[in-house]
Design a binder for this molecule. Structure first.
Ligand SMILES: Cc1cc2nc3c(=O)[nH]c(=O)nc-3n(C[C@H](O)[C@H](O)[C@H](O)COP(=O)(O)O)c2cc1C
Length: 84
């Protein structure tokens, strides 16, 4: 579970998902690049002024297909998680 949260809402949800999945919730401010392989990567974030936070965009753009199976979008937290 990786997330970017400016004012704390995504952080709370990321921590709940991480607890359920039995994995750590790591903020992109602490780990700016994914350093391990993930079967499923939960990637959490929110829109600010109608755009994705630059730190989240940069992180997503740097992910490689070798590092992960599926990525789930943070906006899908509230619905059923599905691969994008
Ligand atoms: C400066 C700012 C700009 C925002 N702009 C948008 C927006 O354009 N569209 C939207 O749906 N929500 C917008 N929001 C609402 C945030 O996406 C929402 O509060 C979200 O839960 C914040 O996540 P965070 O607590 O993890 O930072 C904005 C919030 C802030 C503080």
């Amino acid at each position: 579970m990786r997330y970017f949260s400016k004012i704390g809402n995504t952080k709370k949800i990321a921590e709940a998902i991480a607890e359920g999945a039995g994995v750590p919730a790591v903020s992109l401010t602490d780990e700016p690049l994914l350093t391990e392989r993930a079967g499923v990567l939960f990637l959490g974030g929110a829109p600010y002024a109608n755009i994705m936070a630059p730190v989240l965009r940069t992180y997503a753009e740097r992910l490689s297909s070798e590092q992960m199976g599926n990525v789930t979008n943070g906006e899908e937290f509230f619905r059923q998680a599905r691969p994008i």
